[in-house]
Structures are given as structure tokens and as C-alpha cells.
Design a protein around this ligand. Structure first.
Ligand code: ATP
Length: 235
């Protein structure tokens, strides 16, 4: 479904991603793990059109998306839930969700999906008229995910959904990710919480200084003692 080949992305002279290749097949959860500054966020931003690569190819459903605007990429079916709970703090929860559906013209479908989001995240329904800035960190994270689902993506890019959350909320967020996949979504997940992310994903890539150093089925990465110690920070 998504194919990245030999990607190079730089910020001025700083090369953030180099020679990166990865694929995501339909119906998979694929995790990208790696330490701070490894290039995870840069990769997702490039897929969603916020950054232009120096070179390399990104194709989605067999067609190149390099050079398309972020709006055009959303319309093709890719939605990005960014790191850092980027909700619109002064808008209400309902308004934030509507913004996630800005590219859709089927008002009835948008309404149905909004109800679905409230079923999936009951805490958001209780607070739907409240300003998003008054939500707790975990609630804002849920809103950010719900908002990105409002465009009805076929591929969801999730950047560090568990960042800064209490263990119970982390578990809830990962449950939602699995539920989404069971409903037919395909997910590319970036996580520092490698242990949890590998447990729910099918395949994984380890990124180091902008390039893939290890890839394989998540279960193999979890069970490989060398990888656990060297790359995943697990004992
Ligand atoms: P983290 O887990 O800390 O978010 P990451 O794996 O997502 O890290 P990136 O944010 O993609 O890593 O950063 C990759 C490299 O690019 C880092 O060396 C970082 O300092 C650099 N970088 C990221 N954003 C910018 C920017 N706007 N300008 C200059 N350099 C940047």
C-alpha cells in the first residue's frame, strides 16, 4: 500500500533521513522504533507532504505522492496524527473533529463518523462542547487520533501516540489502534515505547541516524536478545 524507496530528507545541511526504504502492506500495523533524533517524525512528515524529500520515491496504492500538497495526500487517503497533541486548544472538541473532516463533502457520513468517534472515545463525548485546551494530555492525544480518523483514512500515520501518557491510557490508545486495524485500517506507527508497539504490530523497522538498520516481523524483534539490548532498550 505504501512504499518508500531510498528516501533522503535534510533540513538545510542536517541530513535527517538517508537511504530509507520501507513498505506497509494493506491491513498491517507497522512500527518504526528508534531513539531520539533517529528520523522517525521526519519520515512521517515527508509521507504526509509537509516536507519535501531531497530524493527518493514514495508511492501509495501504486502512485507516486512525492510533490503533492498535504491536502492532496489527505484526499488520497493518508491521515497523519502528529506528535505532541496538536489540537486546536481554543476550539471545542466537536469543532476539532469537524476540522479533521474538512476534505469531505458527505455531511451525513461526517455526522455518523463523529458519533463513532464518541463511541470509541466516550470521554470526548462527555466534553464535546468544551475547549480542547482544557482536556488532559491523554484526552488531547485521543482527540488528535479521533480528528485524524475523521478524514476516513485508508492509511493512518501515528506519531508517538503514547508519549507522556500514564500506563492505563497507553494501554487504551494501543487498544484503539488494534481496533482500527481490525476494522480494516492500515497503520504506520512511530513509537519510543518499543515494547508495547512491537506487541501490537505485525512488522517493525529500527531506525538509526536516519536509516533502517533492522527490519522484520515484530515478534522476531521482541524475541531477539541482541536486538532487545542493542536497539530496543529492553532487558
Ligand atoms: P524524536 O523521537 O526525538 O521525536 P525522531 O526520530 O522523530 O526523534 P526527527 O524529529 O525526525 O527524529 O529528527 C531527525 C533529525 O533531524 C534530528 O537530528 C533533528 O535534530 C533534525 N531535525 C528535525 N527537525 C528539524 C528542523 N526543523 N530543523 C533542523 N533539524 C531538524
Amino acid at each position: 500500500m505504501l512504499e518508500i524507496r531510498n528516501l533522503f530528507v535534510a533540513y538545510g545541511k542536517i541530513v535527517a533521513v538517508s537511504k530509507l526504504s520501507l513498505t506497509v502492506n494493506e491491513g498491517e500495523i507497522v512500527t518504526v522504533v528508534g531513539s531520539n533524533g533517529a528520523g522517525k517524525t521526519t519520515t512521517l512528515r515527508t509521507v504526509s507532504g509537509m516536507l519535501k524529500p531531497q530524493s527518493g520515491e514514495i508511492s501509495f496504492k501504486g502512485r507516486s505522492i512525492v510533490g503533492l500538497s498535504p491536502e492532496a495526500i489527505v484526499t488520497r487517503g493518508i491521515s497523519h496524527s502528529p506528535e505532541g497533541r496538536m489540537v486546536f486548544g481554543r476550539l471545542t472538541i466537536t469543532e476539532n473533529l469537524k476540522l479533521g473532516a474538512y476534505n469531505r463533502k458527505d455531511a451525513a457520513g461526517v455526522k455518523i463518523d463523529m458519533e463513532r468517534m464518541f463511541e470509541m472515545f466516550p470521554v470526548l463525548e462527555q466534553r464535546k462542547s468544551q475547549r480542547a485546551g482544557t482536556l488532559s494530555g491523554g484526552e488531547q492525544q485521543m482527540l488528535a487520533i479521533a480528528r485524524s480518523l475523521m478524514s476516513r483514512p485508508t492509511l493512518l500515520l501515528l506519531d508517538e501516540p503514547s508519549l507522556g501518557l500514564a500506563p492505563l491510557l497507553v494501554e487504551q490508545i494501543f487498544d484503539v489502534v488494534v481496533e482500527l486495524r481490525n476494522e480494516g485500517a492500515t497503520i504506520l506507527l512511530v513509537e519510543q515505547n518499543a515494547n508495547e508497539a512491537l506487541r501490537i504490530s505485525d512488522r517493525a523497522y529500527v531506525l538509526e541516524t536516519g536509516t533502517v538498520t533492522v527490519e522484520g516481523p515484530s515478534i522476531e524483534l521482541i524475541n531477539n536478545p541482541q536486538l532487545r539490548a542493542a536497539y530496543l532498550g529492553l532487558d
